[in-house]
Design a protein around this ligand. Structure first.
Ligand code: LP5
Ligand code: MN
Length: 244
């Protein structure tokens, strides 16, 4: 049975072509997987599970629930864009929520899953922001505001984030090798799969005499061409498969 991994789709009403790629994937290849792991940033942003009137969100919940109903187990781990996605939406979409990091096995090998943003420890300003917005009390007071006010606030944060990023060196927005080593050491060698950086690649890390692999998932793009990607575990191997 195959195991699939995707992340960083950044779905939004402005980029309908990407929703199309996901819909075709869910109607076809996803059904060959025993498990599909969505490792964060499925949505461009998520303002709260009460944003269900949004046609994109409700249609997607239906499509996901159909795949779950057809026998593929669906897992969702939060990204830095959609960490407010909660149990209400998960139940409608047939998603099982995962905490971060999660350890699974692929074949015999322990494999750690995370979104990836927590590994970008050189990005000190982001990590400060992250600790604040991941705080349950902060989230509760945010979710208590009207949906429209939340969306407006998020638009402001997105602008500030883009401004901040334009002044950051590319290197600080990538994972830190010591943070990778510490994660593998604490939770289990020898394989890590994550997204977030939009720098799809396979990296090798030597950690405490263990040869470790770090698979970075691809983001999905609609520019210059429309393209998604799924990382597929099949027959003892991981391969990247393009989606269009
Ligand atoms: O998302 P991406 O990849 O473009 O950039 C990220 C980091 N930025 C973010 C912010 C998100 O893009 C926007 C969040 C959307 C949904 C969340 C809604 C919830 C709001 C409140 C909930 C309780 O994650 C970016 C990294 C980059 O990845 C690479 O790793 O660099 O980080 C920043 O740019 C952050 C800035 O450095 C500092 C913060 C600026 C925003 C200040 C807003 C003030 C509001 C205070 C709230 C705590
Ligand atoms: Mn991300």
């Amino acid at each position: 049975m195959q195991v699939h991994f995707i992340s960083d789709l950044h779905l939004s009403a402005d980029r309908p072509a990407l929703t199309g790629v996901l819909e075709r994937y869910l109607a076809g290849p996803a059904r060959r997987a025993g498990q599909l792991y969505i490792l964060g940033d499925l949505f461009e942003h998520w303002a709260g599970d009460d944003d269900f009137e949004d046609p994109l969100n409700s249609a997607l919940a239906t499509r996901l629930a159909e795949v779950a109903g057809a026998g593929t187990e669906l897992f969702f781990m939060a990204g830095n864009r959609d960490f407010l996605l909660g149990q209400a939406f998960a139940s409608r979409a047939g998603l099982k929520l995962l905490s971060e990091p999660t350890l699974i096995k692929l074949g015999e090998a322990p494999t750690l899953l995370c979104h990836g943003d927590a590994l970008c420890t050189d990005d000190v300003a982001y990590q400060a922001f992250r600790s604040q917005v991941r705080h349950p009390a902060y989230q509760a007071q945010f979710l208590a505001q009207p949906l429209a006010a939340r969306k407006q606030f998020i638009a402001g944060v997105r602008m500030k984030s883009e401004q901040a990023k334009s002044g950051k060196a590319a290197s600080i927005m990538d994972v830190n090798d010591q943070a990778v080593a510490a994660l593998l050491r604490e939770h289990g060698y020898p394989r890590l799969i994550h997204g977030h950086t939009h720098r799809p690649n396979l990296h090798y890390h030597r950690v405490d005499a263990h040869d470790c692999e770090r698979w970075v998932l691809s983001d999905w793009r609609d520019n210059p061409t429309v393209r998604g990607e799924v990382l597929v575990w099949d027959d003892g191997e991981l391969t990247r498969q393009p989606l269009e």
